[in-house]
Write a protein that binds this ligand. Structure first.
Ligand code: 13P
Length: 239
């Protein structure tokens, strides 16, 4: 049982805490399955320590876009991954499927691996619309991608109501949704082994129980990925 451990550090941490975090992370000798997504400012600090990626990318390739960061700039830091479509980008920045399509294409052009985040909100969960929502989120982007690029994308299933709340779906629910996503992508786009992560309130207390699910390839961890002791514990349990 080995799981991918992806840490989305959001806008937590400053330079001092990043340096401490990195020095502490270096004491682990197997970081093969770990990818850290720090603020753009600290991407290069992770160089040579662990695989890393950005939390977002511009939907433009280059030019007069103040405050934006392009896929080629991200690539130049040594990053290998980028998140796309995180629910916080969807809700606070009103990003939509057209943005995700452009971003994914820009990343793939630079050989960066997109981690495409999808998930239902609480009302949709209560109304048992999860699969319908995920179907729409996936197909409205994937139908417009080159078929050859679809296997390059990792999907992160993050129910919006589980993010930062301490609540998670139970294992049966997560397994059912993750297997739905895998079947949907494999059947519709002719792929065979796409990876799907679970995210939303993953921490040092529930990781062992989540690890009981074989179908889940790993986790996208928010809050606990900037707390070094919790993050290290999770990494060691996921080796
Ligand atoms: P939390 O782990 O803090 O719930 O955040 C999950 C998340 O949004 C990861 O992208």
């Amino acid at each position: 049982m080995s799981k991918l451990v992806f840490g989305n550090q959001k806008m937590y941490m400053n330079r001092e805490s990043v340096i401490d975090f990195i020095n502490n992370l270096k004491t682990l000798n197997n970081l093969e399955n770990v990818v850290v997504f720090p603020s753009y400012l600290y991407l290069t600090d992770y160089s040579g320590v662990v695989n890393f990626g950005s939390q977002d990318v511009s939907n433009n390739e280059n030019g007069a876009y103040t405050g934006e960061v392009s896929a080629s700039q991200i690539k130049s830091t040594g990053a290998k991954y980028s998140l796309v479509g995180h629910s916080e980008r969807r809700s606070y920045h009103k990003e939509d499927n057209n943005d995700f399509l452009l971003k994914i294409n820009n990343l793939i052009k630079e050989d960066l691996i997109p981690v495409f985040c999808i998930g239902e909100n609480e009302t949709e969960y209560d109304n048992k619309e999860t699969k319908k929502v995920l179907f729409d989120q996936i197909t409205s982007v994937y139908n417009n991608l080159s078929i050859n690029d679809i296997p390059k994308i990792i999907i992160a299933y993050e129910p919006v109501w589980a993010i930062g709340t301490g609540k998670t779906p139970n294992n049966e629910e997560i397994s059912e949704v993750v297997s739905y996503i895998k079947e949907l992508v494999n059947d519709r786009y002719n792929t065979s082994n796409i990876k799907v992560l679970y995210g939303g309130s993953v921490n040092n207390k529930n990781v062992d129980s989540l690890n009981e699910m074989d179908i889940v390839d790993g986790y996208l961890i928010g809050g606990s990925s900037s707390k070094i002791d919790e993050f290290k514990y999770i990494i060691e349990r996921c080796l």
